[in-house]
Design a protein around this ligand. Structure first.
Ligand code: HXC
Length: 278
């Protein structure tokens, strides 16, 4: 992580960051960057094991600032579970300053083969789950004049084959984010979406890509490389920091320009993939 070389390592000391789905992948990368800058962290996942494992490294990273770390089991589809997780966070760690809505689900499926429940499942995790978290955190964010960062996707604005469910969910997240920016701005609450490009070594890449596609795709990304989880973490830290205090309602692409080139390559290659393995 390079964030400590560029920002004060106690920038988020005594600030509490809650990351849904924070036990792995991009979301854990985001949590790590905040921890390195001294934040208290609370993370949740559907089961207790992943957040528990992630909490060990987060504790080590934030120890220099006396950071506290809480790991809880909560499925973002269950509003009562999210409320309970946030209540525990408030009492054991502190009121939430930054909410990162990162919990997501995805798989590749042609629209004509997608069951209504498959579509609903992804919308429930990504979109409804993000609303649950935002709604449940509102009172704490109002108190802290905090911010929300949604982890969105290029599918929200670039149509991509076999992704109709995630496209609907992520487009919903981005417009919800803008609605919340105008409604909650008066409370000092800022809202943002980050759109990651292809991020190496993540579950999303394992599910959504193939070695053949990876080779072709890298060649067309304007910046010529895949992203890292730290690329996303750095953007999140910036948006949550005082450096971004007059920014709200934005969709920030952290994708090396990959969404600029469209989905033609994806659409051709996805048809050749073995969907049984995903
Ligand atoms: C077609 C599928 C499917 C598949 C599940 N379904 N997988 N349909 N192709 N590969 C259908 C099921 O048949 C079922 O519908 C419905 O979806 C619910 O499936 P369950 O397995 O019961 O749901 P659940 O256990 O809640 O699992 C949620 C999940 C799963 C999203 C479906 O894939 C999951 O838990 N994933 C783990 C998290 C994840 O996906 N990580 C990657 C994140 S990457 P029926 O009709 O049969 O009842 C990411 C990036 C997004 O999200 C942005 C893109 C860059």
């Amino acid at each position: 992580m390079i964030v400590q070389e560029h920002l004060p390592t106690k920038l988020f000391k005594d600030r509490t960051v809650f990351v849904t789905g924070g036990g792995s992948g991009i979301n854990l990368g985001v949590a790590r960057n905040f921890a390195a800058l001294g934040a208290n962290l609370a993370i949740c996942g559907r089961t207790q094991d992943k957040p528990d494992a992630a909490a060990v490294e987060l504790r080590a990273l934030s120890a220099h600032a006396g950071g506290k770390v809480l790991a809880v089991a909560a499925d973002v589809r269950d509003y009562a579970a999210v409320q309970a997780a946030f209540a525990r966070t408030r009492s054991e760690v502190g009121p939430i300053d930054v909410l990162v809505c990162g919990a997501a689900g995805n798989f590749l499926c042609p629209a004509e083969g997608l069951s209504p429940n498959g579509f609903k499942t992804v919308v429930d995790i990504d979109l409804l789950g993000s609303f649950h978290a935002s709604r449940a955190a509102f009172e704490q964010l109002k108190e802290t004049r905090g911010c929300i960062i949604f982890i969105s996707a290029g599918q929200a604005f670039v149509p991509m084959a076999y992704q109709v469910h995630v496209a609907a969910a992520k487009a919903g997240i981005d417009i919800m984010m803008k609605n919340l920016a105008i409604e909650w701005g008066r409370h000092g609450i800022r809202t943002h979406s980050i759109v990651p490009g292809p991020i190496e070594a993540t579950e999303g890449m394992r599910r959504l890509s193939s070695p053949e596609m990876e080779k072709g795709k890298k060649a067309v990304i304007p910046l010529g490389r895949y992203g890292t989880v730290d690329d996303i973490g750095q953007a999140a830290v910036f948006l949550a920091s005082p450096l971004a205090s007059y920014i709200t309602g934005v969709v920030l692409c952290v994708d090396g320009g990959s969404n600029l080139v469209g989905s033609a390559l994806w659409n051709t290659m996805v048809e050749k993939m073995d969907l049984q393995r995903r």
